[in-house]
Design a protein around this ligand. Structure first.
Ligand SMILES: Cc1cc2nc3c(=O)[nH]c(=O)nc-3n(C[C@H](O)[C@H](O)[C@H](O)COP(=O)(O)O)c2cc1C
Length: 211
C-alpha cells in the first residue's frame, strides 16, 4: 500500500541511538508538544501532564533509573507522561469549567454531564481510575508517535524505567502525579543499526478478525 502515513509508519522505529548533535527546531518541538496536547481522551478529560525535561542533570539521573538507556540523555526532546494518582471531582470540575468557557456554554447546563463523568469514574474504583488514566496517557503517546513519524522526526516510546525513581527525580509526588511512560524525540544516529531491521509485525490474517 503506497500512502504517506503508511510510508511514515514503515520509516519509523523505536530509535535506540540518537545523534546528540542533531536537535529539533523550535517548530518541530512545538509540533510534537502540540500533538500531545491535542490528543483524544475519554470524555476529553485530559488526565495528564507532559513533563518536558530540559535540565541536563535531571536527564542524567533519569537515565540511571531507565537501565542506562542512552535515549534519555541523547535525544533532543525527552517527555515523561504522567497521570494523577487520584482522579477526583476537582479535575472533572476544572474540565467542565474549561468546556463552559471555551464553548461559551452556561456552566449550570453542564451539571448533568459533570455528574455522569464523576459517576463513571467513581464506578471504576480508585485503582481502576488510576489505570484508566494511564490508558489515556498512552493514547497521547500514540498520537505523538504518529505526528513525529509523519514529520520525519525520530522517536522512542519508553516504559523501561523505574516509575518510583522517575517520580522522585521529577518531584511528581508533590503535585499528586505519577510517571507512566516516556517519549524521546530527535534524529537517529548513523550508527543505529536498528534503523535497518525489518519490521516485525503479524500478518493481517493474524491480527484482524472480521465478523
Ligand atoms: C509502551 C512501550 C514501551 C516501550 N519501551 C521501550 C523502552 O523502554 N526502550 C526501547 O528502546 N524501546 C521501547 N519500546 C519500543 C518497542 O520495543 C518497539 O516499539 C517494538 O519493538 C516495535 O518495534 P518498532 O517500534 O521499532 O517498529 C517501547 C514501546 C512501547 C509501545
Amino acid at each position: 500500500m503506497k500512502n504517506h502515513t503508511i510510508d511514515a509508519l514503515n520509516w519509523r522505529y523505536a530509535t535506540k541511538v540518537y545523534d546528540p548533535a542533531k536537535k529539533l527546531s523550535t517548530d518541530q518541538e512545538n509540533l510534537i508538544l502540540e500533538s500531545l496536547r491535542l490528543s483524544a481522551s475519554s470524555f476529553g478529560l485530559q488526565p495528564w501532564k507532559f513533563i518536558v525535561v530540559r535540565d541536563v542533570a535531571k536527564r542524567e539521573e533519569l537515565k540511571k533509573a531507565a537501565w542506562n538507556q542512552n535515549q534519555v540523555t541523547d535525544a533532543s526532546l525527552f517527555v515523561v507522561l504522567a497521570t494523577p494518582k487520584n482522579i477526583d471531582a476537582t479535575l472533572v470540575s476544572t474540565f467542565i469549567d474549561s468546556v463552559a468557557e471555551i464553548q461559551s456554554v452556561d456552566r449550570t447546563k453542564l451539571a448533568g454531564y459533570e455528574g455522569m463523568i464523576n459517576g463513571s469514574i467513581t464506578a471504576k474504583g480508585e485503582a481502576g481510575a488510576r489505570e484508566w488514566a494511564a490508558r489515556q496517557a498512552y493514547i497521547a503517546m500514540g498520537t505523538a508517535l504518529l505526528a513525529a513519524a509523519e514529520n520525519a522526526i525520530d522517536a522512542t516510546p519508553m516504559e523501561g524505567f523505574d516509575p518510583a525513581q522517575f517520580d522522585a527525580i521529577l518531584g511528581l509526588g508533590t503535585i499528586g502525579f505519577e510517571s507512566r511512560a516516556a517519549l524521546a524525540f530527535g534524529f537517529r544516529s548513523d550508527t543505529d543499526t536498528h534503523a535497518h531491521d525489518a519490521k516485525v509485525r503479524f500478518s493481517k490474517e493474524k491480527v484482524f478478525l472480521e465478523i
